[in-house]
Design a protein around this ligand. Structure first.
Ligand code: NDP
Length: 339
């Protein structure tokens, strides 16, 4: 047990369910008291927490693969921090842990839901991104769901984001014939080709995605990793070669829509091209984790795989970070860092 513990902690609560784009009126930063951990729990000072697009879905009161956030309760999500008091013999004060109680300064975490992480192997924030949930999503989606094989031409949308940037580089490392990415700014497009080794990239805001993809992939694509949906999925269907495969990971273009999205209007192409479109949930692929960590740690060490993070400082800016993520203000993983 630690001698002096903080007495209060701030945490973000959802106070109203957003319709369309979330606003500051939908959330509140509230103060709560901190107690010493009970037996079997650890008290963690969060150092970084994750904001992720899937959290937008959890703000809605609809049944999904993750339960909705409860109103007037702290939101949760990935976080890494330091144990400052322990009620469990498996954890000591000073241990760094990954757990699921983000969006708050101090977290009372059941010991069985905390996993030790090593700050000497990688910066702690990496366990939320490149070595964590978003990295595993990229790895599982590309290699398992989309059945990537050497020589495939791969298109990834949201390509400068946490998942997309890893997908494109993993495909390049494993011998893709061509890697094409789309992103929402010229700066991000430049990063894809100049730093991450994509063969081609385009800014989806510059013109119809179908036309830009055709130009970037004149010989068609074999794999599409979908982070966006809508016009991007429609474009991929148009550019697919026969027996193409899509890992449907996310459809961020419609997370804040209040009306159903019209695209893709060309779904019937699935038949003639014998396409396979398969949804992906990272939680189904935890068994891949040891192989994923070994591969990614190796590629990071050799410099073949690169990553970026956008860190927003201060709990009081946590919700701004989330809104910024939805608007594309991040390059790579969006992280909230607590002082
Ligand atoms: P990102 O780091 O990619 O951040 C989101 C990005 O989406 C923004 O930076 C923005 O980049 C882009 N974006 C926002 N609105 C649009 C739009 N209308 N059209 C095109 N791009 C848009 O987030 P993640 O890497 O964490 O997540 C990527 C996707 O993967 C999301 O759809 C997410 O829901 C999904 N996901 C799914 C998982 C699963 O298990 N199925 C697990 C993890 C993530 P830009 O500037 O390029 O517009």
């Amino acid at each position: 047990m630690s001698a002096s513990l903080p007495t209060s902690s701030r945490e973000w609560h959802l106070v109203a369910r957003p319709h369309g784009w979330p606003t500051n009126e939908d959330v509140a930063l509230r103060e709560t008291s901190v107690a010493a951990p009970a037996a079997g729990h650890v008290l963690v000072r969060n150092i970084h927490f994750s904001v992720d697009p899937y959290m937008r879905g959890r703000m809605n009161d609809v049944k999904s693969y993750t339960p909705p956030f409860e109103l007037d309760r702290p939101m949760d999500g990935g976080a890494v921090g330091e144990v400052i008091a322990s009620g469990d013999e498996r954890f000591a004060v000073g241990d760094h842990v990954l757990h699921g109680l983000g969006w708050r300064e101090y977290a009372d975490v059941p010991a069985e839901r905390a996993a030790k992480v090593d700050a000497s192997v990688a910066p702690l924030s990496a366990y939320l991104g490149v070595l964590g949930m978003t990295g595993l999503t990229a790895y599982a989606g590309l290699f398992e769901v989309a059945s990537f094989k050497e020589g495939d031409a791969v298109f990834v949308s949201g390509a400068a984001g946490a998942v997309g940037s890893q997908v494109g580089q993993m495909a390049r490392i494993k011998g893709a014939s061509r890697v094409i990415g789309s992103a929402g700014s010229d700066e991000k497009v430049k990063l894809l080709t100049e730093e991450y080794g994509f063969h081609a990239a385009f800014n989806y805001k510059d013109g119809p995605v179908t036309d830009q993809l055709r130009e970037a992939a004149p010989d068609g694509i074999d794999v599409y990793f979908d982070n966006v949906g809508g016009d991007h999925l429609e474009a991929a269907l148009a550019s697919f070669n026969t027996h193409g495969r899509a890992a449907i990971c996310g459809m961020i273009a419609q997370y804040n829509s209040t009306e159903p999205n019209p695209a893709p209007r060309n779904l019937a192409l699935v038949i003639g091209k014998r396409l396979r479109l398969e949804g992906l949930l990272v939680g189904d692929h935890t068994a891949l984790r040891p192989r994923f960590v070994e591969d990614v740690a190796g590629w990071l060490a050799s410099g073949e795989l690169k990553y970026r993070e956008t860190a927003v400082e201060g709990i009081e800016h946590g919700f701004d970070a989330f809104l910024g993520l939805l608007r594309g203000e991040n390059t790579g993983k969006m992280i909230v860092t607590l002082g």
